[in-house]
Design a protein around this ligand. Structure first.
Ligand code: 4AD
Ligand code: MG
Length: 434
């Protein structure tokens, strides 16, 4: 019996006969030779079919294979320096599981396709080498994030997706029917993380979050994944250091395990190797001055637009930690700076090379009376936040945390133009399919 092996492990079978199961990626013909490229999800391997070495019907079968037809192929593994992956398969037999007819071919051919066409065929586009590389890096980032927190004594506490109240402003809420009531899809697990932090000290949540973003930008999805740590007794400085450590850890892990994928994506690896602490810190005040110097229209008190973020980070080799934004442009839960109450103890981390904000967070308002006042100022329904106010009634302590958007990090590390390729099935203003 020949063993069935994964392409990623063929090197363990040099000189042996094996069976691969997968799909035809490409087929080249050169006289009496055929060079089919097989892929199986774990890698790509070139086969060699010599007309004189196999029965004519098998040669004809390989020759008739169409792109993405599914198959099982048997042959001998041979080391070859020139082959992609270092090994080739001397094909002796092919069993076709499904032959895609030539008159109704696989929709994505090696020729160029427009982005909307590819997005419409996202369910198939995922099979491409480039998309598989992105999926691999995304997986590694998520695994690294989990390892980072798990190894540091954080407890994962899952937060709900149906929520009764807004966390990040009412303009981006998705409202859904909830029996005879209304609910909102969560914008952030933070409020629940604050409850969990009072229970377990250090917690994180990791899940999908939703924002009804009505603008089309290269950084916004309506459904994205966010990891959110929250730490009891932590202050702004602690949360900045935690974010810095997390990003450096994730980067080191991807560089260690996913070099091949980064090479496939033609990412400048030297740029990623520079991502080591310390990251520069910049106050909002200083950032505004820099932006004005670069010709931005920004005035003190205004929020940064995508262009401002790009301007701030485009010449930086490392992520920048921008802290102490005006309270008026930030969420209701932000603690004011005791030394300057008009600014909040908050931080945004901006990725280099113009990738924009990857982390947002800070220290939370721990005082009951001030929090009640902020809810009023923001016009938020007191009733829905009663449970949250309890956290300030019963043993309130300083605490801080942040949220890191996974897709923004994937875009940066992979060097992608747009977040639409960072998540398997993106959801955006004008896209709900496939
Ligand atoms: O800055 P944001 O809105 O912060 C919060 O939600 C806090 N409650 C998190 C916390 O402190 N626990 O979002 C955090 C991060 C952003 O820095 C960005 O990386 C990402 O989430 N993000 C988005 N990513 C993709 N599409 C969108 N529409 C995003 N909105 C935010
Ligand atoms: Mg933010």
């Amino acid at each position: 019996m020949t063993p069935t092996v994964e392409i990623r492990r063929v090197s363990e079978h040099a000189g042996q006969e094996v069976t691969l199961q997968g799909w035809l990626y490409n087929l080249r013909e050169s006289g009496k030779l055929l060079f089919p490229l097989f892929r199986d999800g774990t890698g790509i391997m070139q086969g060699v079919v010599v007309k004189s070495a196999i029965p004519p019907e098998i040669f004809a079968r390989v020759r008739g294979l169409t792109q993405e037809s599914s198959l099982r192929v048997t042959g001998k593994v041979r080391a070859d320096q020139r082959a992609p992956g270092g090994y080739e398969l001397d094909v002796s037999n092919v069993e076709v599981l499904q032959l895609i007819p030539a008159d109704a071919p696989y929709p994505i051919t090696p020729k160029e396709h427009g982005i909307e066409y590819l997005m419409d065929h996202r369910h198939l586009w995922l099979r491409s080498t480039r998309q598989r590389a992105i999926l691999g890096v995304r997986h590694e980032i998520i695994k690294a994030v989990r390892d980072f927190f798990d190894d540091r004594g954080f407890t994962l506490v899952d937060t709900p997706i149906f929520t009764p109240a807004a966390c990040e402003g009412t303009t981006t809420l998705f409202e859904v029917n909830y029996f005879d009531d209304k609910a909102y899809l969560t914008q952030s697990g933070q409020l629940y993380n604050e409850a969990a932090a009072m229970a377990v000290g250090k917690t994180y949540s990791f899940g999908p979050t939703f924002r009804a973003e009505k603008s089309k930008t290269r950084r916004h999805l309506t459904e994205f994944w966010m990891v959110e740590p929250e730490v009891a007794f932590a202050h702004l400085e602690d949360t900045m250091a935690l974010g810095e450590e997390l990003v450096a850890f994730v980067m080191a892990r991807v560089l260690e395990k996913r070099r091949q994928e980064l090479t496939t994506l033609e990412r400048k690896i030297e740029n990623l190797e520079k991502i080591r602490p310390p990251f520069p810190r910049l106050s909002y005040d200083e950032a505004v001055k820099i932006l004005q110097g670069k010709g931005s229209e920004i005035q003190w008190g205004g929020d940064f637009g995508g262009t401002d973020e790009t301007l701030l980070s485009e010449n930086s080799e490392k992520p920048i930690l921008v802290h102490r934004y005006p309270s008026q442009i930030k969420a209701f839960y932000m603690a004011p700076d005791p030394a300057r109450p008009e600014v909040a103890l908050c931080v945004d981390m901006l990725a280099p090379e113009g990738y924009g904000e990857i982390i947002g967070g800070g220290e939370r308002l721990a005082d009951l009376a001030l929090l009640e006042q902020r809810l009023r100022e923001h016009g938020l329904p007191r009733q829905a936040f009663e449970w949250y106010l309890d956290l300030r009634r019963y043993g309130t302590v300083p605490h801080a945390g942040f949220g890191m958007g996974i897709e923004r990090v994937v875009a940066w590390i992979c060097g992608l133009e747009h977040v639409r390729e960072t998540i398997p099935f993106p959801r955006m203003l004008n896209r709900l399919t496939p």
